[in-house]
Write a protein that binds this ligand. Sequence first.
Ligand SMILES: *Cc1c(COP(=O)(O)O)cnc(C)c1O
Length: 359
Amino acid sequence: MRVYNFAAGPAMLPAQVLEHASRELLDWQSSGMSVMEISHRSKAFMTVAQTAEADVRSLLAIPPNYKVLFLQGGASLQFAAIPLNLAPAEAPLAYINTGAWSQKAIAEARRYNPVTVVADTAAERFLDVPSAGSWTLPTGASYLHYTPNETIGGTEFPYVPDSGDTPLVADMSSTLLSRPIDVSRFGLIYAGAQKNIGPSGLTLVIVREDLIGHARPELPAVMNYALQAAEGSMLNTPPTYAWYLAGLVFKWLQAEGGLAVIGERNRQKAQRLYEYIDASGYYSSPVAVRARSWMNVPFKLADDTLEASFAKEAATAGLTNLEGHRSVGGMRASIYNAMPLAGVDALIDFMRGFAARYG
Ligand SMILES: *Cc1c(COP(=O)(O)O)cnc(C)c1O
């Protein structure tokens, strides 16, 4: 039996996508082989790769002057690839620090460049986001980096920062494809696939053309955006099966009606869960209302000694992986695209029953 999996990542995938993949696992398009057994240079796989790119371009309305790269190494490798591709040595970089993932990006960038943290919500224990425009960029900054959705803390920017002429770089690992965005506001968007895109092993990079081609000479070739773009992200063997599955997810998103429909559904899912939490008198959300994530919803029980029982009973009821991140504790429900409204309703029903039994 399939469960409602509330894991933060790798996360739930749409059942239709998994069923589709399983139907053609052994014999893909009458080739007598699995798609993961064919050459990435074959015409058949080229079609998979190009169709996936065309579909994600149309879903996100990506302007033609942006490259879409299908890379490896996760979002974490991009923490290093971004400064090495976009900034000369010694150039100042601007970062906003809103929690765990921002901090990892900052620590990695500091290995290569001077980093100025222009806004920081540590004083709010990372339970809020900075107000728009409450920072100044260092002169000559190569870019401003931020994390629109902090997966661990469960905060999300309700606005896109205005960085003026300085390119805006966004780690959208846990929010890309959750709703429409205006790609032209960004210089570079990147995301590890295992939240909303597909299985782990694939990383999407969407980068404005004029920003690439200035990489530092010591940059490894597979991390070089210009080289990867010139080779269609096939400088070496790409993660073919993850790419194929991401392509199926893109088709699923189109069949569901595209990102406007998905975004409205996600807004509704999050709103329903927060409304229940706020009204329950037993559960509470630690996150400032304006900064509440649609994707990752942390919550606390009135009695935190019952957290383990909550997680265990929920799992028995088919609602899995509700434990909060080990660094923050509490509970966390990750409700990405593949989580249906029915899964959120089932969670709320369970929470109501648990509160009645123990509250
Ligand atoms: C999951 C996540 C990462 C890490 O991704 P990897 O692919 O494991 O490197 C980075 N940033 C954010 C916001 C994430 O949610």
